[in-house]
Design a protein around this ligand. Structure first.
Ligand SMILES: [Zn+2]
Length: 239
């Protein structure tokens, strides 16, 4: 789905509405069907569910290092993963928040982060890149992709949130007296600040709110009712 990874032997994907709900917080009545959705989607990518890891997200900045023996685990309180190992597939769920894919093909280090405004404010992207560097990655070699998420066309916010990101150029815009957040611009700014070159960053043009046939959107479909949340799954791993 991203041109930037095409030459490389990686799997990078985000599920769509047609693939069904992928949420990790499924209650008992849905757990079985969600598990089946996740299994089928991964299988379509040529990935065994037993070779993946999943996360219970907190909108924080914790990035967990995973190794082969972690396959099939669900991790509590983490918003992303980093690994140096092949054939372990990192997954996070998203619904308006951005999945951010990071890959250093030279050092063979890969990371996947779930980045909403909370994670971006807590610098989850610098955190992920820092952990990649510890495994030998160099920002100049890192290829980055910012996945689909709610865009500034629909991401209406209050003044307080706009102020949190005011130091970042293009982080929000004002239209008809309303403020809109541009999380993709914020993510890109953080990537550039970490030394990733602009030519190595690809950004999905998709807005999850706008494209209602294609994606679930928390803001559009279940705002204020987290129990009705549906989510897509982002997957990233080296083969
Ligand atoms: Zn939109």
């Amino acid at each position: 789905m991203f041109d930037i990874f095409k030459k490389h032997n990686v799997i990078a994907a985000v599920s769509e509405r047609k693939d069904g709900s992928m949420k990790v917080y499924a209650d008992k009545s849905e757990a079985e069907s969600v598990r089946e959705n996740r299994r089928k989607f991964l299988q379509g990518l040529g990935v065994e569910m037993g070779d993946s890891v999943a996360a219970y997200l907190t909108h924080g900045n914790s990035i967990t290092l995973v190794e082969k023996e972690d396959r099939e685990k669900f991790f509590d309180a983490t918003d992303g993963f980093v690994t140096k190992e092949k054939n372990i597939f990192l997954t996070v769920t998203v619904s308006d928040c951005l999945p951010v894919f990071l890959f250093d093909p030279k050092a063979e280090v890969i990371a996947l982060a779930h980045a909403g405004w909370g994670g971006l404010e807590k610098s989850i992207i610098p955190e992920a890149i820092g952990k990649m560097k510890k495994l030998g990655a160099s920002p100049k070699d890192i290829l980055a992709a910012i996945g689909p998420g709610m865009e500034k066309c629909h991401y209406e916010i209050g003044k307080e949130l706009a102020e949190k990101f005011a130091h970042i150029p293009g982080s929000h815009e004002e239209r008809n007296g309303k403020l809109f957040l541009d999380t993709k611009a914020i993510a890109k700014y953080q990537l550039l600040e970490e030394g990733i070159s602009a030519g190595n960053i690809e950004t999905s043009p998709d807005c999850t709110f706008r494209e209602k046939e294609k994606y679930f959107s928390y803001r559009r479909d279940s705002y204020g009712q987290p129990e009705k949340l549906e989510a897509m799954m982002a997957v990233f791993g080296m083969k």
